[in-house]
Design a binder for this molecule. Structure first.
Ligand SMILES: [Fe+2]
Length: 384
């Protein structure tokens, strides 16, 4: 996250004494990444962030693998999966590999627990609902269409979340960043990038909470969960600065790149991670050559599995898609528009659609939730 941000009160230099009014010291914490070579932030707490009373493992298992799933195109309806749950159990995982996990969630039973994904950055795409993401770094209000980018290790809790909420969640074991080719050597987004720093929403100030009431923290570490009992409220930060914090970007602020003839998916990219790219499809003008075919050609992207999460609108290249549908097209076999969709796209000037795409560089594994919610006829949908 290449924007420096600071909130609250800081000492004049790092690693010097920083006194409270009573003469005792605030507690400095360095939150660092990539072995002290990545982005980092420095936080100042009222209490020691290391004070815990205990820890216990939780029995929750995040998903059941579909061991003998065929290698084939899939379409499944995520809204058909049993919805609801707390900050952990609401997450319904459909696809995963050693780089990425893809889930949906409707949080219906949130309590006072804090949550930390200790191993993966999270990108929570807000399909439905307004709310606030509270963390050590402050408050990040969010609305429909926001991507909430939460670096691994950030402790957070949702507050004031609408009851009717829906998220599409990408967990990435590598850091989630803006695409490198959109940035200059100094990290600033280039003039021809499809969004700018003004479209990024950063945490807002919240007064520190000085409470010695024990607090519950759920930590996810790969696919295991532990519940920690913290000695005090963890949002006791009086000031912080740095480049690492949760932030958001709304899909409506993505400025689509259009061309005379069909352009390939990288023009739709929003984020990069070592194991995948995250792209989005937004309302846009179609290709303007007099004989342009706006629908994509059949294609085989042999090194990627392609996942599309459909949010809203008319999906010009697919039949039978609903809100919350996911299609999975493995790199091993070609895919493209279904019969009639190519012809129907010729001469069309624009489209209204919102969708999030995750192209992974390693094959994805399926969970039994795909089997339970899938469109059985999808594999035959290209037959005339
Ligand atoms: Fe594709």
């Amino acid at each position: 996250m290449p924007i420096y941000h600071s909130l609250g009160t800081l000492p004049k230099k790092k690693h010097i004494t920083f006194e409270k009014e009573d003469g005792s010291l605030y507690r400095e914490e360095l939150f660092s990444t990539l072995g002290f070579a990545g982005i980092y932030s420095t936080l100042y707490h009222i209490h020691m962030p290391t004070e815990v009373h205990g820890v216990k493992p939780l029995a929750h298992v995040p998903f059941e693998p579909w061991e003998d799933a065929p290698k084939a195109p899939f379409h499944f309806f995520t809204f058909k999966a049993q919805a609801g749950g707390d900050i952990v159990t609401a997450r319904k995982t459909f696809l995963y590999n050693s780089d990425i996990t893809l889930s949906t969630a409707s949080f219906t039973e949130l309590d006072d627990a804090f949550y930390r994904n200790g191993r993966a950055d999270e990108v929570l795409f807000v399909h439905k609902g307004n709310g606030e993401l509270h963390s050590e770094y402050g408050v990040l209000p969010f609305r429909k269409g926001d991507y909430l980018v939460v670096p691994r290790g950030v402790m957070y809790r949702f507050e004031n979340l609408d009851a009717d909420n829906r998220f599409f969640i990408t967990e990435s074991y590598g850091p989630v960043e803006t695409p490198r080719r959109y940035r200059n050597p100094f990290g600033q987004l280039l003039e021809d990038a499809p969004f700018s720093e003004r479209d990024m929403h950063l945490p807002q100030w919240r007064d520190p909470i000085d409470s010695k009431e024990p607090a519950r923290l759920i930590v996810k570490s790969n696919n295991r969960y532990h519940e920690y009992t913290l000695d005090h409220h963890p949002f006791d930060v009086v000031g912080w600065d740095g480049y690492l914090y949760p932030w958001s970007f709304n899909i409506e602020d993505f400025q689509p790149i259009v061309g005379q003839i069909h352009l390939p998916p990288p023009i739709h990219q929003v984020f990069q991670t070592p194991g995948a790219v995250i792209c989005n499809f937004v309302p846009r003008l179609f290709d303007f050559h007099p004989k342009a075919v706006p629908a994509p050609y059949a294609h085989q992207n042999i090194d990627s599995d392609e996942v599309l999460y459909y949010v809203e609108g008319d999906f010009m290249s697919r039949k039978g898609i609903e809100e919350g549908s996911i299609t999975l097209h493995p790199g091993d076999v070609p895919h493209g528009p279904q019969p009639g969709k190519t012809e129907a796209s010729v001469g069309v000037k624009d489209c209204y659609e919102y969708a999030v795409m995750v192209d992974t560089f390693k094959p994805l594994e399926l969970t039994t939730l795909v089997r339970e919610t899938m469109d059985e006829d999808y594999i035959r949908s290209w037959l005339s």
